[in-house]
Design a protein around this ligand. Sequence first.
Ligand SMILES: NC(=O)c1ccc[n+]([C@@H]2O[C@H](COP(=O)([O-])OP(=O)(O)OC[C@H]3O[C@@H](n4cnc5c(N)ncnc54)[C@H](OP(=O)(O)O)[C@@H]3O)[C@@H](O)[C@H]2O)c1
Length: 283
Amino acid sequence: MRVAVFGGAGQVGHALARVAARRGIALTVFDRAHADVTDIGAVAAALAHARATVAINAAAYTAVDKAESDAERAEAVNRNGAGHVAAAAQALDIPLIHISTDYVFDGTKQEAYVEDDAIAPLGVYGRTKADGETEVRKAHPRALIARTAWVYGLEGANFVKTMLRLGSERECLRVVNDQRGNPTFADDLAEALLTIAVRPEPGTYHLAGQGQTTWYNFAKAIFAAKGHGPRIDPITTADYPTPARRPANSVLDCSKAKRTFAVELPPWNDGLSRMLHAHLGPR
Ligand SMILES: NC(=O)c1ccc[n+]([C@@H]2O[C@H](COP(=O)([O-])OP(=O)(O)OC[C@H]3O[C@@H](n4cnc5c(N)ncnc54)[C@H](OP(=O)(O)O)[C@@H]3O)[C@@H](O)[C@H]2O)c1
């Protein structure tokens, strides 16, 4: 297996490279400078250069709030770019794993979302990612779409690092307690993706940290694991207006991936303690 990854400089791209190195898997990462997914020629050349036998698209415009006023760029990457990677993989007749998001759902369901639930994104990011799924299915009928959620990795910016920074600057943090999801450590997602990459069964799958929580309880768990932190007060979404609307419930049911691939991510708080251990050192 030779894996080519687009979006290699992102959280998941870095995690894929680290896990592949540990597992002895041949993997080439392409960052935007080496393969801009909005340029189909660059994508095709990268896949050929890597002599890839499987492609993973981890490239995305992920700035959820900024996307609201930057829809054109979000569309170029999340919709058109996804289609380009799919078309290039299809042309070479190699499997594709495309990463998508829990934000394709509107959050009105009470239970966890399954793969066949109707999508109804609330914002530009979610809409462009949903359009990306459509483009991928059109261009590469055997593609595997892996929806994940609330990703935090060792590299890049994310909720965990933001909390740690704000926690060292302030005595009290106010954190939203009426949005539920599955925090997902990027390295755990990468482990699952590389297992699946050996024999990707076409279709859509949910892959996220086991269990669910709110941002407020996630924040409390971060400081509990760290050993100390600021006071944290729960607030509502209405108390913290943002340009993009977010789903109140985007919890993903991941049982299809477990049934199909025998792959299950560890519990989210287990991923969190390993991430903090690697990020902050032993405590
Ligand atoms: N982060 C989350 O909470 C979350 C949740 C659910 C799903 N996901 C999905 O998971 C996947 C990986 O996300 P992530 O957390 O690793 O995000 P990330 O850290 O923002 O990484 C995305 C990467 O894509 C790159 N990129 C942007 N435009 C590109 C282009 N035109 N050509 C090539 N690369 C480009 C970015 O490069 P630049 O830095 O140069 O822009 C960045 O390195 C994405 O599909 C995302 O939608 C993420």
